[in-house]
Design a protein around this ligand. Sequence first.
Ligand SMILES: Cc1ncc(COP(=O)(O)O)c(C=O)c1O
Length: 448
Amino acid sequence: MEWRFAGTMARDPHGCSALAMPALRAMFHAACSGTGSSARGGLDCPKSANRAAMKPQPPDPQRLAARMADIAPFHVMELLQRARALQAAGRSIITLCVGEPDFPTPQPMLEAAIAFLHGGDVHYTPALGLPQLREAIAGYYASRFGLDIPASRIVVTAGASAAMLLVLGVLTNPGDRWLLPDPGYPCNRHFVRLLEGVPVALAVDEASDFQATATRVAEAWDEATRGLIVATPSNPTGTVLDAPALGDLCRTVAGLGGHLVVDEIYQGLNYDCTAHTALALDSEAFVINSFSKYFGMTGWRLGWLVAPPAYVRAIEKLAQNLYICAPTPAQHAALVAFRPDTLQLLEQRRAEFAARRDFLRPALHSLGFGLPGNPRGAFYLYADVSTLCDDSYAFAHDLLDRCGVAVTPGLDFGANSCRRFVRLAYSRDTGQLEQAVQRMATFISHGR
Ligand SMILES: Cc1ncc(COP(=O)(O)O)c(C=O)c1O
C-alpha cells in the first residue's frame, strides 16, 4: 500500500505491495500444482484432486478488488495463534497484547440485557439508535462535561468501528486525503483506502507526545486534503491531547476548511488528568466514542458518534444501508451504563488500571525498555526496545517463544519507527503483570 507520509513516501510494511503480488500468485499456483488445474488456478481444480489441493485456497489475487492489496491483517493475530498453540501444549502464556479490558461486562448491563431478551421483543431499532439511549448519552455529556449536546446529534453505532466508517463514508470522495498520526490505530487508514481515499501518515514522536500538532497538520495539508483523524487517549501510545493542543487542532483544521474527526473511545480511562471532549471546543468536529473500553462491552459491538446537525441525515441513510441498526440487546444493556451504580464500578476499574500502569511503567524502565511520551490514558504502554534488539517484530516472537509473554509489535500501528517499538496492554491483573516482568527480566538478562 502506498502509505504516504506527509512530505515523503513510504511503502506500507503491512500492505501487500506490488512486490508481494507475484509471491502471492506463486503461492496460489503452487497450491494447485500437480492437480491438473487450469490457468484459472484452484477455482476449477478437478474432483479427483488430492486432499491437500481440496483445502480452501486463497482467491486468485487477480479476482480480488485492487484495494484488498492495501488492507493489512493484524500482525498480532499470528502471535496470538502461536500463543494458543503454546498454551495447548501446556505452556503458561501471559497475554499483554489484547486491546480490551479483562473485566467482565458490568452486572447492571448484563441484567438489563437479560431482562430485555426475556421479553422476546428483539427487533430492529431506528438506524440512529434507540431514542432513549440517544437521550441517555446526551445526559452523560451534560452530567459529566456540563455540555448541552442535543440527542438529535447523537448516532448509536455498531462500535467505534462503524462510527468511523459512517463519518468517512459521508465525507470521502475518491482521491481525498486524510491525515492520520503514525503510529496510530491501523483500521482508520484502511477505511480511508476502502473508500478510495488516500491515507496520509503524519509521523509523530515523543516531541509531540505522539500526537498530531497544528504545525505538522498545516505543513501536510494540500488542496486534496479532506481532514484530520486523531485519537485521545491514543492507541498504541496512551498519550492524551490536552485541551489547548486539541483546541489548536480544531482551529487549524477549521481554518484550512477541513473536517476534524476525534476518536474518544478511551475517554474515561484517563489517569493524572481529567477526561475532556472535543465537543467542548468545536461544534463542527465529528466525535466518536464507544461502549467497548471504559464501559467494558467490547463484544457487544456498541458505540456512538456525535455529528454536526447538517450531517446527521446523510449518516442515517448510510447506517440504514450498511447495517440497519446497532445490536438491539446491546442498546438495552447500555441504557443502564450511565447509572450511578454502574459508573461507580467503572471508576473502581479505572483506579485499578491506573495502579497497573504505575507498576508496569517503572518496572519496564528498569529492564531497559524506553518509555517515551506520557501515557496518561487507555491501557497501553508503547515501549522502545531498540536498546534490547534490532527488530521489535522478531523481539515479540522471541519473547513469546522463550518466556511466554505476548506483546504487540509496532508494525501493527504504522511504518514510523515501527521496528523499534512494542505495545504492552496492561489489561491483565497486577499478579500477571508482575510475573510477566519477572519472565522478561530473565529473558533479557540471558541475552536474546
Ligand atoms: C483507537 C481505537 N478506535 C476504535 C477502535 C474500535 O473499537 P470498537 O470496539 O468500539 O469498534 C479501537 C479498538 O481497539 C481503538 O483502539
